[in-house]
Design a protein around this ligand. Structure first.
Ligand code: ATP
Ligand code: MG
Length: 426
């Protein structure tokens, strides 16, 4: 019952973190909660009957290498408990956590300490900086614990201070920095040891909205550059949708849905999630690839203007996209343009109208979208196109078209899933 929705997208990347059947129960003799007598009872009932608090129950999550994975849920839903269990800052009651192929739950104390330092960087809401240490010493702290030589430590710490945009501040003390800057120091410290995985528990929630947005943008850029695996806790839906590749939504210690932003906004698994995402703008999550359709009419470069005009008239279209033999998009041919061309040629007595092909002046270039673009990004193109925006692959092949009507249907909250077939599209 854990995962509803689409957790199924095939992904060939290696697994960074595999969490299986993970439970955390706080209280006396917590393991008894896993017996048949209690395990299927609700959180409140368990608390009343046993005095134990179920922090999280039966979690299964797989995070891929390089993935930006979000854990979202209301206060008390178990987000921090989950992220802390991954490195055993909180000891799980049952289940396993495999990180980079190693079972963390079976590690001895020494290996665990070592592993935390090398594989993970951690950033928390209250930056956790040492006030009596400079920015540089704070950033170098994790390396000191790792017993690296001093010169190497400072060189690495300086690099990560530069990465987060704080060069020049290294000799200051945290008290002299704004909240956003202190959080950058926290990030620099987490990055200094160049860990594979970053665990971030509401890192931006103490920041002012504008600074917060800026930090989000910077983190996106940083992630594009460094390709870390990030597990990021937030209770802010917009932050989750903006940052995450996939989002796990928790309620009462359970994961109730895992999916991409688009899957969660367009197909919430239950009422609770539907309520959670009701303010989300579909324009920011629905991708061109997911609503594109086959163009109803397509013209081929080897067809002549007369054939093209005949087809457009027959199909009652004003315009259609033109592709070449490799299905590469050349642009759009319009009825007006074709009619004028043919009329001019005939007036001039040209005999070759039949040998002219659809190319050059007969085909106008149009703005194109890519599959992964969200609707918000293709609004402006919709205006410059003939009622549909072409979606092309990296090599320029036409994959499909997004009809303007479909864009508006997709983003208007009360609309039915499919628009009625429109008449005059490309
Ligand atoms: N040390 C603890 N002892 C007892 N119960 C705990 C402890 N830590 C967490 N809990 C309980 O576990 C549940 C999950 O708490 P957790 O802190 O993981 O929630 P959260 O989703 O991170 O919330 P927030 O958004 O407020 O940070 C809560 O019911 C909480 O009361
Ligand atoms: Mg928390």
């Amino acid at each position: 019952m854990n995962h509803s929705g689409a957790d199924s997208a095939p992904d060939s990347r290696e697994t960074a973190i595999r969490i299986s059947g993970l439970w955390k129960v706080f209280g006396l003799d917590p393991r008894r909660i896993l017996t048949d007598k209690y395990r299927n009872l609700g959180k409140t009932e368990i608390l009343e009957k046993t005095g134990c608090v179920v922090g999280m129950r039966n979690i299964d999550i797989e995070v891929k290498k390089g993935e930006f994975f979000i854990i979202m849920g209301l206060s008390g839903s178990g987000k921090s408990t989950l992220i802390r269990n991954v490195i055993r800052l909180v000891e799980p009651t049952a289940g396993t956590v495999e990180v980079l192929g190693e079972d963390v739950t079976r590690m001895g104390e020494a290996r665990l300490l070592e592993f935390r330092k090398t594989a993970f960087g951690m950033v928390f809401q209250h930056y956790g900086l040492f006030p009596h240490m400079t920015v540089l010493d704070n950033a170098a702290y994790a390396l000191k614990v790792q017993k690296l030589p001093k010169g190497e430590r400072y060189a690495r710490a300086m690099r990560s201070i530069e990465t987060v945009g704080l060069k020049g501040w290294e000799d200051q003390y945290p008290g002299a920095l704004s909240g956003g800057m202190q959080q950058r120091v926290g990030l620099a410290r987490a990055l200094a040891s160049d860990p594979e995985i970053l665990l971030m528990d509401e890192p931006f929630s103490g920041l002012d909205p504008l600074i917060r947005r800026q930090m989000q943008d910077e983190l996106i850029e940083l992630q594009a550059k460094l390709q870390k695996t990030i597990v990021f806790v937030t209770h802010d839906l917009h932050e989750a949708l903006k940052l995450g590749n996939r989002i796990a939504i928790m309620r009462n210690g359970e994961v109730v849905q895992i999916g991409t932003a688009e899957e969660i906004v367009t197909a919430p698994a239950d009422e609770y999630i539907a309520e959670f995402v009701q303010d989300a703008s579909p324009a920011k999550v629905i991708t061109a690839g997911s609503i594109m359709t086959e163009p109803a009419v397509l013209l081929y470069a080897w067809e002549g203007p007369k054939t093209a005009l005949t087809i457009l008239k027959r199909e009652r279209r004003q315009a259609a996209f033109v592709v070449d033999r490799e299905h590469k998009l050349l642009g759009v041919a319009t009825r007006d343009r074709l009619e004028r061309f043919i009329a001019e040629r005939e007036a001039a007595g040209a005999k070759d109208a039949g040998t002219v092909r659809l190319a050059g002046e007969l085909v106008s270039e149009v703005p194109v979208a890519r599959e992964e673009m969200v609707l918000e990004d293709i609004f402006s193109m919709a205006r410059a196109n003939y009622r549909a925006v072409p979606v092309v692959s990296e090599s320029g092949r036409l994959l499909g078209t997004v009809k303007t009507d479909d864009i508006f249907d997709a983003i208007s909250p009360s609309s039915p899933e499919h628009a009625p077939e429109g008449g005059n599209h490309v």
